[in-house]
Write a protein that binds this ligand. Structure first.
Ligand code: ZN
Ligand code: ZN
Length: 263
C-alpha cells in the first residue's frame, strides 16, 4: 500500500498490506518520520492512500473484530489437562471504526464507523487451552475470564519478541473464554503474515519459558490494574477492554501448574 500526497501524487511512504486497514483508513492520523499526516482517502483497489499534512491535536486508533478458526493442529503438548498447540489457522479481521483521542490526555473525542471489507489470512499460530474444571479450581469467575485471557494474550504478545526475533506488530492475538473449535478458554497468538513467519512456531517451541516470563511480567508490574508495560497493547482492536490483571496471573498460574518440571 502506497501513501501518496494528495494533489502532488508524491509517494511519501508505504504501509504493509496487513496493516493498511488499521493504519491508513480514511480519517487516520499517520505519523511518518516525525511528520503528521491525515489520510483523505483509502483506495483498496489501487492500493493507494491519499494523505495530506495535518496539524491536529488528536491521534486515531482503529477498532476491529477478529475471528479465528483452527485449520489444523500440527503439534501439541499436554500440560496436565491444559494443552499448548501449534498449527495453522484462518484469521479474519475487519476494521469497523476508529476512535479519535486527544494527544495530550488520551481522552476519547468520538468514534467514526468505517466500511472496510473483512480480511482473511491463513497463517501459523500457537494456542493454549484451559478447561473449565481447572478455571474453577483456580478460583476464576466466569465473568472475569474474557479479561483474564485478553490480558494474558496482550502481555504474551509483548514478550514474544524476547524469544523470537520479531516485532509485536508482526504478530496478533485472539482470546476467548470459549472457542468453538476447542470448546474451552483459548488464547491464540498468530503470525501476521500469510503462511506464517516462524514467530508463533518459536513461541510454541519456547512456550514454557515464554509464558512463565509473561506471568512474571504481569505479576511484578507495579501498576494497579494494568498499564502499557504489562497488559495494555497499543494495537488492541478492542480498546484494551476488558482486561483483568489479577485474573491473568491466576489463569497463567493454572496453565503453568501442569507444565513439565523445568530442567
Ligand atoms: Zn502494569
Ligand atoms: Zn486486545
Amino acid at each position: 500500500m502506497q501513501l501518496v500526497e494528495a494533489g502532488t501524487g508524491r509517494v511519501v511512504g508505504t504501509v504493509d498490506g496487513a496493516r493498511a486497514h488499521a493504519t491508513a483508513h480514511t480519517g487516520a492520523i499517520y505519523v511518518h518520520r516525525g511528520e503528521t499526516w491525515q489520510v483523505e482517502r483509502l483506495d483498496l483497489d489501487d492500493h493507494v492512500a491519499e494523505i495530506r499534512r495535518a496539524d491536529v491535536d488528536y491521534t486515531t486508533t482503529a477498532r476491529d473484530v477478529a475471528d479465528i478458526v483452527i485449520v489444523e493442529e500440527r503439534d501439541h503438548q499436554r500440560w496436565a489437562s491444559c494443552r499448548v498447540s501449534f498449527g495453522s489457522v484462518d484469521v479474519s479481521n475487519q476494521v469497523t471504526s476508529y476512535l479519535r483521542r486527544r494527544t495530550r490526555t488520551g481522552e476519547v473525542i468520538d468514534e467514526t464507523l468505517l466500511d472496510l471489507p473483512v480480511r482473511t489470512l491463513r497463517t501459523s499460530a500457537v494456542w493454549w487451552t484451559v478447561p473449565d474444571a481447572v478455571l474453577e479450581a483456580a478460583g476464576l469467575d466466569r465473568v472475569d475470564l474474557p479479561g483474564a485471557a485478553h490480558a494474558a494474550e496482550h502481555c504474551s504478545i509483548g514478550l514474544l519478541p524476547l524469544f523470537a526475533t520479531c516485532d509485536r506488530w508482526d504478530i496478533g492475538g485472539v482470546s476467548t473464554a470459549r472457542h468453538p473449535d476447542t470448546g474451552v478458554l483459548t488464547v491464540f497468538v498468530h503470525d501476521g503474515h500469510p503462511g506464517g513467519a516462524g514467530f508463533a512456531e518459536r513461541g510454541y517451541a519456547t512456550a514454557q519459558e515464554w509464558l512463565t516470563a509473561t506471568r512474571a511480567a504481569i505479576a511484578s508490574c507495579e501498576c494497579v490494574s494494568g498499564c502499557p508495560s504489562c497488559i495494555q497493547s497499543p494495537k488492541c482492536g478492542n480498546g484494551n477492554d476488558p482486561l483483568d490483571k489479577g485474573g491473568a496471573v491466576l489463569l497463567l498460574d493454572a496453565l503453568l501448574a501442569g507444565a513439565p518440571p523445568r530442567r
